[in-house]
Design a binder for this molecule. Structure first.
Ligand code: FRU
Length: 477
């Protein structure tokens, strides 16, 4: 499955590259070259390890390697040498996505090897004693499939399991399940889940884990048609909730729902932190999007690590990793209620580049039915930029962006939110990303943004009435 080349020319780092201020400070991004999916998330010998789909040769998708970084705290990252490069007959056309486990004290990766011009996908294993240098042990699940990739493995009740993204004969997305006593000899355990015809022709990067006594299946379907405000991206990341035990079927209790409601979130992976938290990292990107940072020699970044919990109603709750708070330097605190009058915008701060903005709105004290938090010059309508727009008429929060200078046309994504009581927004900005957490876990929206220096003023605007901001805090991170 080869992807179209977006940009033919790689600008070498020897040439002076434009300084855009887009490179993130507290997110993982490639130092040069292209990044997509996060892979192999694991805690091993005192470090969190993150790998990713990586093309070191150019800031566009190409021959896939595994990039690698580690961190003692999920906050500061040390980039390490490439972990996996195509070298064997089975992975000569690419080392595609996969996961990591701890096998007899050894860091063990299971990943998809691609060969025969991208038409053959098999599952392969590599191990490392020190978490830096990897030795490939070859193919463990073979076959002749074209769409059979992205193994996510775990240990449960005395056995290894792996879920693999696949396709039915009549081209619907599917998740295949295998089990193994030793991680090397795998036996098919049938189909764990399958798309009905409306849920896509291929499911990439499955993830399967238990949370609060339920079982969550995350899949990344290709080919879902957009439906109203839902499924607006080219491909989706979403989840089912149900129950499962080894040997049994996955009984779905809640159908497919999107995990993130922004423009750029895909192929997320979760892992269990040593303290038991279920953490998730996604690719802050989408296939076939513009990646204007590639003029600076790099393309793609990963999301903030997020903490996942399940509400009593069976909704995934997504919160930013709590450790991020330790990066905060206070820039502004407005503890008293701030009244934004109808009409023009109120400029709060300039030069918002690597920051967190937390706002609480008192909606019963606000007469405006349409207000926005903008990152722009003076006006989002006129100058472009990004805005979080709250529309009380339709009870939705929109994330909208417009960067005509980089061929990014105006578009919005949105999520339904109950807007009768209070509304809290926790917005993370890091060079060229915006992640908006709504109502402490209720929803998250993530998009890449491409502000030039003059498009970094943070404004609040209100229409048809005033809005009361109960608490406003800004930190630099
Ligand atoms: C998802 C994906 C995976 C594949 C990888 C290739 O974004 O298409 O299915 O393993 O990217 O880079």
């Amino acid at each position: 499955m080869l992807r179209p080349v977006l940009y033919a020319v790689f600008i070498s780092s020897a040439i002076a590259l434009p300084e855009t201020g887009w490179y993130p400070k507290y997110h993982i991004a490639p130092q040069h070259g292209w990044m997509n999916d996060p892979n192999g998330l694991i805690y091993f010998q005192g470090f969190y390890h993150v790998f990713w789909q990586y093309n070191p040769a150019a800031p566009q998708w190409g021959l896939m390697h595994w990039g690698h970084a580690r961190s003692p705290d999920l906050l500061t990252w040390e980039h390490l040498p490439i972990a996996l490069a195509p070298s064997l007959p089975g992975d000569i056309d690419g080392a595609f996505s996969g996961s990591a486990v701890l096998l007899n004290e050894t860091l063990t990766l299971i990943y998809t090897g691609v060969s025969e011009n991208g038409t053959r996908q098999v599952q392969m294993v590599a191990t490392s004693q020190d978490g830096v240098a990897f030795e490939k042990l070859g193919v463990v699940i073979g076959g002749n499939e074209t769409n059979f990739r992205d193994p996510k493995a775990w240990w449960q009740d005395g056995s290894w399991y792996v879920v693999i993204g696949a396709q039915t004969a009549d081209e619907r997305g599917q998740v295949s399940l295998y089990s193994s006593p030793d991680f090397f000899n795998w036996t098919p355990q049938g189909v764990l889940a399958q798309a009905d015809p409306s849920l896509g022709y291929m499911w990439e990067c499955p993830d399967f884990f238990s949370l609060e006594g339920k079982q969550v299946l995350v899949v990344n379907p290709q080919g879902i048609q957009s439906k109203g405000e839902d499924f607006q991206n080219l491909f989706q990341t979403g989840y089912f909730v149900g129950s499962w035990a080894p040997g049994g079927n996955f009984a779905v209790e809640r159908g497919f729902r999107e995990l993130d409601h922004g423009h750029d979130f895909y192929a997320s992976q979760t892992f269990e932190a040593p303290d038991g938290r279920r953490l998730e990292i996604g690719w802050l990107g989408m296939w076939e999007s513009q990646f204007p940072e590639n003029a600076s020699g790099w393309a793609g970044m990963l999301s903030l690590p997020r903490e996942l919990t399940l509400s009593d109603q069976g909704d995934l709750e997504v919160r930013p990793l709590r450790e991020i708070q330790s990066l905060r330097t206070e820039r502004l605190e407005v503890p008293q209620t701030l009244h934004i009058a109808p009409g023009g915008g109120v400029a709060i701060l300039q030069n918002i580049s690597h920051s967190e903005v937390a706002l609480d709105f008192k909606l019963h004290n606000s007469s405006s039915n349409s207000f926005a938090i903008q990152l722009t010059k003076e006006s989002f309508e006129r100058d472009g930029g990004a805005q979080v727009h709250v529309d009380r008429n339709c009870s939705r929060v929109f994330l909208e962006r417009h960067y005509p200078a980089y061929n990014i046309t105006r578009s919005s994504r949105s999520v339904a939110v109950n807007l009768t009581g209070n509304l809290s927004l926790d917005i993370f900005i890091d060079g060229s990303s915006m992640e908006v957490f709504v109502n402490d876990g209720q929803a998250v929206m993530s998009s890449r943004i491409y502000p030039d220096a003059e498009l970094r003023t943070f404004l609040i605007t209100a229409q048809n009435g005033s809005v009361a901001v109960d608490r406003l805090k800004v930190w630099d991170l």
